[in-house]
Design a protein around this ligand. Structure first.
Ligand code: TRP
Length: 430
């Protein structure tokens, strides 16, 4: 039995925030410590190009996300930690998968459909401003997952459909070309799937409601002060239900700590004090990583080296697997083909041959001789050379059985020898 493989990617489209930490980075590191699990974590920089056309931002985000994983305690020795674009086999596999993916499947992908629906609602062309990368996004993601035959893919709820598509695509490929791919499963950590942002909606760069993971304490404090609350005054009991502040706290606190804050809510803690508690709790976990993060950000060459080592590990799997997949679909080395002399000019001299001649009896004969000069077939006599030639043509076209009365198979020559020789001669050469 092979180890269970976990794989997940983070798109390098911005600065990592607390939601990324709680939803992806922290669980990934925890999972990497479980015995019997092989973890693959990567920076999905090809994916970032779908929405970002600012090269500096892609590069900066790649650095920040890599540094975040490392600062948060990921041990690159224990896992395969790499950058997607260092694995050229990924776009290659994307193409192989593209060719077995139903276009209709991609039409139904949430991200693409949302863009189309938005355009339609605005009365615009359905595909206005939609690049083909967005459309193909699920195939690229499938290649990420299938390349390493991951069993489990920890993702947020919004990504579950993509994992199902990866399964569909894998199944289709396996059906056509043999069992090459494991069918992956999404893993959603219910407790941490979504962290609310400052405004109470899901923390996301696109909502501009996020708290950067390694914001300095002063900035963290300022941002926390901006978390939405209701207008209840100090002393009034407060609801934990629907409180973004409480949910963020829970994501960092133990069950006991959360219960204590819930108690304080009931007793009417002021929002200012509750925010102070949240600040302290987050800072307790993040502060020790912050210095590490800064050191890493200031040493990009070190991160580059770690990523190159990760890429070498990833490619040690991806390169041979891609060779197998190429072979499976028919992208093959021609030199390894069963030799078919008819296809090669140089081999022309090495064909069997019909020899025509006239005997002393005045009749016209032919014989079929193989490459080595061995007699295969001997004809009986024909009155004219034209008749002999017609018999040869008929034979090549499969018209006269080689055991006809006008033909004699030489001793020790099998029917198969004759058939093979005729096949070699009757196939057109270039
Ligand atoms: N699309 C994912 C996201 O935006 C990132 C990603 C790319 C990914 N490739 C992946 C996640 C493969 C899991 C597996 O969150």
């Amino acid at each position: 039995m092979t180890a269970q493989r976990f794989l997940t990617g983070i798109t390098t489209s911005g600065e990592p925030h607390l939601g990324n930490y709680v939803g992806a980075i922290r669980p990934a590191i925890a999972a990497s410590l479980v015995p019997g699990v092989e973890s693959f974590y990567f920076l999905a920089d090809y994916h970032s190009l779908i929405k970002i056309d600012d090269p500096a931002r892609v590069q900066r985000s790649t650095l920040e996300i890599a540094a975040s994983f490392l600062a948060a305690g990921l041990d690159p020795e224990r896992v395969v930690f790499y950058r997607q674009s260092d694995i050229p086999e990924i776009p290659e596999l994307t193409w192989l998968l593209t060719c077995v993916t139903a276009k209709g499947l991609l039409n139904r992908a949430h991200a693409y459909k949302a863009a189309v629906d938005k355009n339609s609602a605005a009365g615009a062309d359905p595909d206005a401003e939609v690049n083909a990368g967005l459309f193909m996004y699920p195939v690229l993601m499938s290649a990420d997952i299938l390349m390493f035959n991951a069993h489990k893919v920890p993702v947020g709820r919004d990504q579950v459909q993509h994992i199902e598509m990866a399964r569909d695509i894998a199944q289709r490929f396996n059906h056509l070309y043999g069992e090459h791919f494991v069918l992956p499963q999404a893993v959603i950590e219910e407790s941490v799937a979504t962290l609310p942002g400052l405004d109470g909606r899901k923390m996301s760069k696109s909502y501009d409601n996020s708290i950067p993971l390694f914001a300095p304490r002063a900035q963290l404090q300022k941002l926390i002060a901006g978390i939405v609350t209701d207008s209840r005054a100090p002393g009034e009991p407060k609801d934990t239900e629907g409180s973004a502040l409480f949910q963020i706290y829970q994501a960092f606190a133990s069950a006991d700590e959360s219960a204590a804050l819930a108690q304080a809510y009931a007793e009417g803690i002021s929002w200012a004090d509750a925010k102070q508690r949240l600040l302290e709790r987050i800072d307790q976990e993040i502060a020790p990583m912050r210095a590490n993060y800064q050191a890493l950000i200031n040493d990009p060459a070190k991160i580059e080296k770690i990523l190159m080592e990760g890429a070498a590990k990833a490619r040690a799997l991806a390169t041979p697997f891609t060779a197998r997949l190429r072979h499976a679909v028919g992208l093959r080395n021609l030199a390894s083909m069963a030799v078919a002399p008819k296809a090669a000019k140089a081999a022309k001299a090495e064909l069997p041959v019909f020899k025509q001649y006239r005997e002393k009896d005045g009749q016209f004969y032919f014989k079929l001789v193989d490459v080595g000069g061995r007699l295969l077939l001997q004809s009986s006599g024909f009155a004219a050379p034209k008749e002999a030639a017609q018999a040869i043509s008929a034979l090549l076209a499969g018209g006269i059985p080689s055991d006809s009365p006008v033909l004699t198979r030489a001793a020790d020559v099998s029917e198969a020898d004759v058939t093979q020789a005729l096949q070699l001669l009757s196939t057109p050469t270039l």
